[in-house]
Design a protein around this ligand. Structure first.
Ligand SMILES: *Cc1c(COP(=O)(O)O)cnc(C)c1O
Length: 352
């Protein structure tokens, strides 16, 4: 019985077309700006996101770090949602390495942060007692908030408040193409108002490695130096960028398959006694659901039991588990996963 792996869309493997493109990639020394495949990827990504220029980095974490380093200096402040990936899952890098502190504002259930909350959080630039707000960070789709989506309007409202306060806006768009596909808008609608945006090639777009940070020519020039400082100048990395070019050509539209699969998963989970999720809150490829401790048991034990029964899921927080749909999960796999989960939960509930 093959396991159905719903832990993350990062587990996706490169396609045959990607592997062929990687093998054939024209390369050069990217620290000299001479890798034609990287340059092509960066231009293509920037164009798709309505920005002037792009920069290939090793990971989404590195892109977010470089954005923080580029916009923030020691003693500055960055505003972000209390559930932000940059706050929870990047080893403290954005604040530790930039020397700026973080100010958290609420995320709603869909991961949105409101313009009103950002307005209340930005600092008075004339007051010498307070840090300077130099950066506001958004996340779309929102990882810890069930893949929630911010619309172009939501984004613009926060950008307007940030800009009025003299702060730049960084968009952690690790899954920005999932948001664009879910909203049926070009990705640029979600990204052209922000000062920079990063997205991951290595998640549902199925590349083995990489992220692209996009912004103005001036921003990218400054970011390129920070990338060098953190060890991200990668020489003949055109072999990696080649997969990225194929991904932007072939992997974006197919994300539309993952979203109904996620919703179907959520609907099935909602029907299992002891599990709680609102299927209507699932808009992209991430399903976070609650496990009733009394009825079913501790979340970690549930993960272990599901693994034995051939369903791999990840832990989100406390009693929340996470499933992510991706290219290696078909609609038949979704049905099979639901029937396995149902059997596991019934067994655990009977012995609880
Ligand atoms: C995955 C993710 C990242 C980090 O990407 P890596 O490539 O794993 O470093 C950043 N932000 C969000 C929202 C993510 O989901």
């Amino acid at each position: 019985m093959a396991a159905i792996d719903l832990r993350s869309d990062t587990i996706t493997h490169p396609t045959d077309e990607m592997r062929r493109a990687m093998a054939a990639a024209e390369v050069g020394d990217d620290v000299f700006g001479e890798d034609p495949t990287i340059n092509a990827l960066q231009e293509r990504a920037a164009e798709m996101l309505g920005q002037e220029a792009g920069l290939l980095t090793a990971s989404g974490t590195m892109s977010n770090l470089i954005a923080a380093l580029t916009w923030c200096s020691r003693g500055d402040e960055m505003v972000m949602g209390q559930e932000a990936h940059m706050f929870w899952n990047e080893s403290g890098g954005p604040t530790a390495l930039s020397g700026a502190q973080v100010r958290l504002v609420p995320n709603d259930a869909n991961g949105k942060i409101s313009a009103a909350d950002v307005q209340a959080a930005v600092r008075d630039a004339t007051n010498i007692h307070v840090p300077a707000t130099t950066l506001v960070c958004l996340e779309n789709t929102h990882n810890r908030c069930s893949g929630g989506v911010m619309t172009p309007q939501d984004t613009r409202e926060v950008v307007d408040v940030a800009h009025a306060a003299g702060a730049a806006v960084h968009l952690d768009g690790a899954r920005i193409f999932n948001a664009a596909v879910a909203l049926e808008v070009p990705a640029a609608e979600l990204t052209r108002d922000v000062d920079d945006v990063s997205f991951c090639l290595s998640k549902a777009l199925s590349c083995p490695v990489g992220s692209v940070l996009c912004g103005s020519q001036d921003f990218i020039t400054r970011a390129r130096k920070w990338r060098k400082m953190v060890g991200g100048g990668m020489r003949q990395a055109g072999v990696l960028a080649a997969a990225g070019v194929v991904a932007l050509d072939t992997m974006v539209e197919r994300l539309a398959d993952d979203h109904p699969n996620a919703r179907r998963l959520a609907a099935g989970l909602a029907n299992i006694d002891g599990l709680t999720v609102d299927p209507d809150s699932i808009h992209t490829n991430i399903v976070i659901f609650e496990v009733d401790r009394e009825k079913v048991g501790d979340a970690r034990q549930v993960i272990a039991a599901l693994r034995e029964d051939g369903v791999l899921v990840s832990h989100s927080r406390e009693q929340s588990l996470r499933m992510v749909t991706h290219r290696h999960v078909t609609s038949d796999d979704v049905e099979e996963a639901l029937s396995r989960v149902n059997a596991t939960i019934r067994r655990l509930a009977a012995s609880a």
